[in-house]
Design a protein around this ligand. Sequence first.
Ligand SMILES: [Zn+2]
Length: 96
Amino acid sequence: MSKGKGHIPIRTCISCGRKENKKSMIRLVLNEDGIVIMDKSGSAPGRGAYVCNETQCIELLKEKKRLVRAFGKMGRECARMQFAEIVRTISGGLYG
Ligand SMILES: [Zn+2]
């Protein structure tokens, strides 16, 4: 499936600022309740932001200012359980 040409969507990590292939990143979405959640499907409605598929970048998201920067005033809250799950998912992917 790798054709070597065509447009590869690039997104910027809101934690470290690195630009990566969208598919290798985790999409976060601000839901209707103003909570930032992980978007496993990659196509959930709402304002999205991307973060590297790395634990350290996820950990940085716990600093709310990063969420505020990415999502505006609405992005103050994050679902702690979601972050735990994200970290677990990443760890499982790396070591499992
Ligand atoms: Zn990053």
